[in-house]
Design a protein around this ligand. Structure first.
Ligand SMILES: NC(=O)c1ccc[n+]([C@@H]2O[C@H](COP(=O)([O-])OP(=O)(O)OC[C@H]3O[C@@H](n4cnc5c(N)ncnc54)[C@H](O)[C@@H]3O)[C@@H](O)[C@H]2O)c1
Length: 391
């Protein structure tokens, strides 16, 4: 599959995004063209993509010095010490201000190495080489770089724009099929909040992942860009209109964090969307057809039954993480409330008077909706959360 060269716009900054399949030499050539003055590249990669990383490193090494650094892409490692370890390695290996950090992996490595690039010498150039659907279709179409703190997910970070994004869709083909589908939950979210008219193309691409995987991945990548790009042009820091992409994330992040990564980001967001749809139904009158669309989309992703999955999620930990959500402060919100993106209809997020798509929701109501999605019969009072595992 030929290389497609697109350009993403984050406000006034343009970032080339080159993608194709089995065209690594062309992607490397594009990288070298984009960075003619680079003196070295630090390839920070996920240990699980070692084979892809070795091939990429060998091709890059024909043009410039390549240093490599591998890490485990687990949520528990998405921390400041992991960023510091990369920074120390970079200085040990004598990277200069002309050097480049190339982040190869899923969203976890992209975020850790992205933050390291933003901090090294107060900013060195960053190239993203995403290897998962979450990363390729969603995370790299964003300039948010961040890591977790003990209190919650993505509480520490910055905005840093990459110089280039390259993706060989073949890299994504080694993601286990189950991870591939659940990872596409971010895409389902983008359909619900931004491009509902692309729902059929999305489900068709999902259905074709087995028969023609590379073409289906390319279609999904293009839907991802189409959904996010207009919002990021106007709001590159995702502080106003582009906050719509936080749909499902308030509760999703809490589930992901509370499960210490046992529930992956994509799946957690899928459950978070189901909870957000339930809250939208109760507070905004979201119609049942749209709620049903949420069910159909999560079913198309091949997720397990919520009752089965939620049994493994610590409800009290979800409640704690929910109250540390990183959208706090974007809008007025009482201590017993949490800011959520809600829907009035497909592609129609509820907005406050400033146009921000955030609504304060009582934590008790959010947890009640969580319980409903989990199949539990009643919610616990917020002031006395239960401990242990949700039954
Ligand atoms: N910056 C943003 O706007 C943004 C957007 C979405 C998600 N994120 C972040 O991204 C993270 C989730 O990203 P993710 O879903 O890519 O998870 P991930 O990076 O943790 O990868 C998921 C799993 O797949 C493995 N893996 C990665 N590439 C592989 C490949 N090609 N073959 C086989 N295995 C592979 C990893 O080792 C890991 O076990 C979260 O931390 C989330 O907060 C950030």
């Amino acid at each position: 599959m030929e290389v497609t060269e697109r350009e993403l716009s984050f406000g006034t900054t343009r970032v080339p995004y080159h993608y194709g399949a089995d065209r690594l030499p062309e992607l490397v050539a594009a990288t070298i063209r984009q960075l003619p003055d680079a003196d070295a590249v630090l390839l920070v990669s996920d240990r699980r993509v070692r084979d892809h990383a070795q091939t990429l490193a060998a091709l890059l090494a024909r043009h410039l010095r390549v240093e490599t650094y591998a890490l485990d892409a687990v949520e528990a490692q998405k921390t400041l010490p992991s960023v510091q370890a990369i920074l120390e390695y970079a200085t040990e290996r004598r990277l200069s201000r002309r050097s480049v950090i190339l982040a190869m992996g899923g969203g976890t490595v992209g975020n850790i190495a992205g933050l390291a690039a933003a901090l090294l010498y107060r900013g060195t150039r960053l190239v993203h080489a995403p290897t998962t659907p979450v990363a390729a279709f969603d995370a790299v179409v964003s300039v948010k770089q961040g890591v977790n703190l003990p209190a919650g997910k993505n509480l520490c970070g910055t905005y840093f724009t990459p110089t280039l994004i390259i993706c060989d869709l073949r890299w994504l083909s080694t993601v286990p099929r189950s991870g591939l589908r659940t990872g596409l939950a971010e895409m389902a979210k983008n359909i619900l909040v931004a491009v509902p008219h692309r729902r059929d193309s999305f489900t068709t691409a999902l259905a074709e992942l087995d028969r023609r995987p590379l073409a289906a991945l390319r279609d999904l990548l293009e839907i991802g860009i189409e959904a996010k790009q207009p919002h990021l042009l106007d709001d590159p820091h995702e502080r106003r209109g582009a906050l719509v992409f936080e749909y499902g994330h308030t509760v999703g992040h809490a589930i992901e964090f509370a499960s210490a990564g046992a529930v992956g980001h994509g799946e957690a967001v899928a459950w978070g969307m189901r909870v957000a749809a339930e809250v939208s139904r109760r507070t905004r009158g979201l119609d049942l057809e749209c709620v049903e669309t949420h069910h159909q989309l999560t079913a198309a992703l091949g997720l397990p039954e919520p009752s089965e999955r939620f049994r493994t999620i610590d409800r009290a930990a979800v409640l704690r993480a929910l109250t540390a959500d990183n959208k706090r402060g974007y809008a007025a919100c009482e201590p017993d409330e949490v800011l959520m993106v809600l829907l009035d209809g497909p592609g129609r997020p509820a907005r406050d008077e400033t146009g921000r798509p955030l609504v304060p929701v009582p934590v008790a109501l959010a947890m009640d909706a969580f319980d409903r999605v989990a199949g539990a019969t009643r919610s616990e009072p917020v002031s006395r959360p239960t401990t242990g595992v949700l039954r």
